[in-house]
Design a protein around this ligand. Sequence first.
Ligand SMILES: NC(=O)c1ccc[n+]([C@@H]2O[C@H](COP(=O)([O-])OP(=O)(O)OC[C@H]3O[C@@H](n4cnc5c(N)ncnc54)[C@H](O)[C@@H]3O)[C@@H](O)[C@H]2O)c1
Ligand SMILES: [Zn+2]
Ligand SMILES: [Zn+2]
Length: 350
Amino acid sequence: MTVIPSTMMAWKKTKPKFGGFELVESTVPTPRSDEVLVKTHSTSICGTDIHIWKWDDWAAENVPVGTTTGHETCGEVVAVGSAVTTHKIGDKIAVECHLACWDCDRCAEGNAHICERGEIFGVHSDGAFAPYFTIPAVNARHLPDNLPMELASIQDPLGNAIHTLTGGPVKDATIAIHGLGPIGLFAVNAAKAMGAKLVIAIDWDNQTRMELAKKLGADVVLGKDHDIVQTIMAHTNGQGVDNSCEFSGSPNALSNTIHSTRMGGYVNVLSVYGNKMTEIPMNDIVFRYLHVKGINGRKMWSTWDKMHELLSEEKIDIDTLVTHRVSFEDYPAGVELAISGDCGKVVVDF
Ligand SMILES: NC(=O)c1ccc[n+]([C@@H]2O[C@H](COP(=O)([O-])OP(=O)(O)OC[C@H]3O[C@@H](n4cnc5c(N)ncnc54)[C@H](O)[C@@H]3O)[C@@H](O)[C@H]2O)c1
Ligand SMILES: [Zn+2]
Ligand SMILES: [Zn+2]
C-alpha cells in the first residue's frame, strides 16, 4: 500500500510575470467526501499552460497567483472520500478538467462542459504539476482497456479534437484540419480512425508538425507555399470540404475555413483568438448556408465514450504524437520546448 506523505514539492505560479514558477513545499490535499486523491503519473503541457507561463491578459484574469497548474493528467487513486462508491484505491484514471456543478440548466440539459458555474481544474484551482492532487470522483475517468498509463494524460486534447470533428460529419466525409498543433494533429489521426474519406492537414510553416501530420495519416498536407482555399477546392471537385476544423488561432485560417467548406457544410472552431481578429465574412456564411459552431472542452460524457471506443481499438497513434517526455524537475524546459513549437505533445513524468 502506498504511504501518502503529508507534504510534497509542487510547481506553483508564484509571480505574476513571464515564467514565474517555483517548486514549493505544499500540503498533500485531503479528498472531500465526493473526491479522490490521485498520485500523479504524468501531466502533459497544454497551450493553456503556455498562456499561464507567458502571463498574458487571459492568464492574469483567470489564474490566482500561487496556483499549482496542470490539467491534462492521469494517475492512480490512492484515497477516496467517504461518499465515493465509483472508485477504489488502485484505480487508474485520467482527468476531465471541466469541474461542473451538476445542478444548473446547462448541466441539466447535458452540457456540463459549459456549466454556468464551471471551473477548470489546474487553472482556477490547484492541478497536477504536483505529485498528488484531489479531483471530484466524477471527473476521474477510468482508463479504457489497452491504454498504458504513460499515454493516458493526452485524453483532454484528444477529446478536444474528437469533440471538434464530431460537430460535423466524419465517416466518409472530406475534412480540412487547420492548424497542426497537438490538437490539430490528434484531429488528423482521429478523423482517419473514424473513417474520413479525405483529410487535408494545413499548417503555416511548422515542418516538424507537417511531417507528423503525414505520419498520422493526412492525405494532403498544405502550408504557406500553397493557396489554401484553391487547393482545398481542387481536391473536392470545386465544392469545398464537408467539415472544416479550426485549431490554429489564426484569423486568416478562420477565413480560409469559411471559403473552402462546401455549401451547407460545417465549420467547427476550437481555437481561441488573440486581439487581432479580422472581419467575419457573414454573407459567405449566410449564402453558403454554413453551420458554424464554437467548441469548448469535451462533451461529458459522449466525447469520452467515443474516445474510449477508439482507444480500446488502438486506433489512435499516441506514440507518434507524444514527441518528448521530461521529468517533473524539468517542467520549465518542457514549457520552453512547447513554446518553440518544434514538437508534438510534451509530457511531464513524475
Ligand atoms: N476551446 C477549447 O476548449 C480549447 C481547448 C484547448 C485549446 N484550445 C485552442 O485550440 C487551439 C489549438 O491548440 P494547440 O495547442 O493544438 O495549438 P498550437 O498553438 O500549439 O498550434 C497552432 C498551430 O497552428 C499553426 N498555424 C499558425 N497560423 C496558421 C494558419 N494561418 N493556417 C494554419 N495553421 C496555422 C501554427 O504553426 C501551429 O502549429 C489554440 O488556439 C488553443 O488556444 C481551445
Ligand atoms: Zn489542455
Ligand atoms: Zn452546472
